[in-house]
Design a binder for this molecule. Structure first.
Ligand code: AMP
Ligand code: MG
Length: 344
């Protein structure tokens, strides 16, 4: 895998590689993406092969200008309104697709997910290419998304389906884009992200929130967004999310850790409380955007501890920017959330 910088020459080289049907890992403001020409079915196939991504999980296509929007889908009035409010930025819109988008991109669905990133490097690469990029997170499917360049290197540097990776430093948001479907009667939040429910409702007050954002889908239920049913963000060690005070969390952990190597992903300032275990502070609940920025790096760090059997994660309320973090932690822990005030 070729390592590229964000210099103009390297961006040009990156665009050439993409033009020739290769996949390249690129930085965005959400997480690193594994990009390919969205209009080239063969190139998109390489993304699925590289990640081991299930073929029924559709990809988001990334554009660099609103003028590209109607080339790939049929934007509605609310779609243009949301684009005006939040693009470029971490918001993905789902709309009826145009035939030019290959079926492999949308996993055979009649709708397509479109986003315009605000990251200057991502934006530049797309505009130099002149075609949209399909780009899911640049990790092996099921694992935490990459938010630092080293995560991309760890996951993909020896991958035969990845030609290059662009080093853009750390990703600002740290969680994937907010996904809103505009297919039904009302706009519907399918995946929370840095653009919050409250922010979205300033543009579309009738926004609804899909049950799957906070609940496990019953087996066999058809997911509005196929990605929601797949195992996600999961470390190898058993992972449990904890709400409640640090003191009650410590009691709960003590009763379970017994002799097992244990990591605690805690809030900043709680390091001393959990000092009997490997502590990984990841931000403060008062500023949930700090938790979002660090949550995947923290999960990866815990997962990298040799022989680690248990990971406990201190969890902030599912409100505002905290909703996206909560949603990812639910999936990382297979929906195991314990209120330690109630259970010791
Ligand atoms: P990722 O590329 O890993 O950030 O995941 C993209 C997310 O968008 C997944 O949860 C997909 O299931 C969802 N998605 C992409 N296209 C569609 C679509 N046409 N309809 C519903 N959800 C979609
Ligand atoms: Mg992903």
């Amino acid at each position: 895998m070729l390592i590229l910088s964000t210099s103009s020459e390297d961006i040009l080289l990156c665009s050439r590689l993409l033009e020739n049907g290769n996949t390249v890992a690129i930085p965005t403001e959400t997480v690193y993406g594994l990009a390919a020409n969205a209009l080239d079915a063969g190139a998109v196939k390489r993304i699925f092969l590289a990640k081991g991504r299930p073929a029924d999980n559709p990809l988001i296509i990334h554009i660099s200008d609103v003028s590209m929007f109607p080339d790939y889908c049929y934007p509605t009035k609310p779609a243009y309104l949301l684009a005006e409010y939040f693009w470029p930025g971490p918001l993905t819109l789902i709309l009826p697709k145009k035939p030019v988008v290959p079926d492999i991109v949308t996993a055979g669905l009649s709708s397509v997910a479109v986003r315009m990133p605000s990251h200057p490097v991502a934006n530049k690469i797309i505009s130099v290419c002149g075609f949209p990029l399909a780009a899911p997170s640049a990790n092996i499917s099921g694992k935490p998304s990459p938010t630092r360049f080293e995560h991309v290197i760890n996951d993909l540097s020896k991958n035969e389906f990845v030609a290059a990776a662009v080093d853009g430093g750390n990703c600002e948001c740290g969680v994937e884009s907010t996904v809103v479907s505009l297919i039904g009667e009302h706009p519907c939040l399918l995946r929370p992200g840095a653009v919050t429910v409250e922010m979205l409702r300033t543009a579309v007050p009738d926004l609804t929130v899909a049950d799957a954002v906070l609940q496990k889908l019953p087996q066999n239920e058809k997911a509005l967004s196929p990605g929601l049913k797949h195992k996600h963000y999961a470390p190898d060690a058993e992972t449990v999310c904890l709400t409640g005070s640090a003191e009650s969390a410590l009691k709960y952990i003590k009763n379970r850790a017994k002799g097992k190597k244990t990591a605690v992903i805690c809030f900043d300032g709680e390091e001393n409380v959990f000092s009997d275990y490997t502590v990984i502070p990841y931000g403060t609940p008062e500023r949930p955007e700090t938790l979002a920025e660090n949550v995947f790096a923290a999960l990866r760090k815990a997962d990298g501890i040799k022989d680690c059997k248990l990971i406990f994660v201190r969890c902030a309320p599912p409100e505002g920017k905290g909703l996206a973090v909560y949603n990812r932690l639910l999936r990382a822990s297979d929906f195991r959330v314990v209120n330690t005030e109630e259970e010791v």
